[in-house]
Design a protein. Structure first.
Length: 205
């Protein structure tokens, strides 16, 4: 009876403190996604070309990246510039002139506006091959020439026998590498603002 009375007088013991959050919660907090750069107004909007980043789903591998400059009169037709190839055989500089997305099932999963290219740096008639589709490896105009000056990645995936001989780890360079490095060159030549290159660096896989 005394023990019961003592417990009643003293009250119930305090509840235990809440458990600490799992350590994994900290890892689950993701930083905010990088914001696309602000697109500045060109000096001559009627003749300037807006450069986009096209992202094609590459799952289970990395996504494919390309530059895209659509026609001012038809957003489905434009100039696509990219490093085409793979890490095993290497890449090459390629321009698809007057490329029409309505004729292919290979559509980009994302399209990000980057910056305008002034008319003085982009000869629209020649770049679009006067409205005729063409796959080209020769640059036209100052903008394409600046891109062409950036070396596309060579073979960066060693064959099994090469790896066995060298025993060295190879850093794989791909189409995204070329886009990022070419954006740096465009900044150096005053075609792109620094924010454009910084954004591409931030989202590279």
């Amino acid at each position: 009876m005394k023990s019961i009375r003592k417990a009643a007088e003293g009250g119930a013991p305090p509840p235990p403190p809440p458990p600490l959050p799992p350590v994994g919660n900290k890892a689950a907090i993701q930083p905010p996604a990088p914001k696309p750069p602000a697109v500045l107004t060109p000096k001559d909007p009627a003749r300037a070309l807006l450069v986009y980043l096209l992202i094609f789903n590459g799952a289970p591998f990395k996504d494919h990246w390309a530059y895209w400059m659509p026609s001012p009169t038809n957003p489905n037709i434009g100039v696509l510039i990219h490093a085409t190839g793979d890490v095993k055989d290497g890449f090459k500089f390629e321009v698809k002139r007057s490329y029409d997305f309505t004729t292919t099932a290979n559509r980009p999963t994302a399209k990000v506006p980057l910056q305008w290219v002034e008319a003085s740096d982009a000869d629209q008639e020649a770049m679009f091959n006067h409205g005729k589709n063409k796959v080209d490896g020769t640059p036209i105009g100052r903008f394409e020439t600046a891109l062409y000056s950036v070396k596309v990645p060579g073979k960066s995936l060693n064959a099994s026998d090469d790896r066995a001989k060298s025993g060295t780890k190879v850093i794989q360079r791909n189409c995204q590498t070329w886009i990022v490095e070419s954006a740096d060159e465009l900044v150096a030549r005053s075609f792109f603002e620094k924010e454009v290159a910084a954004y591409l660096h931030a989202i590279e896989q």
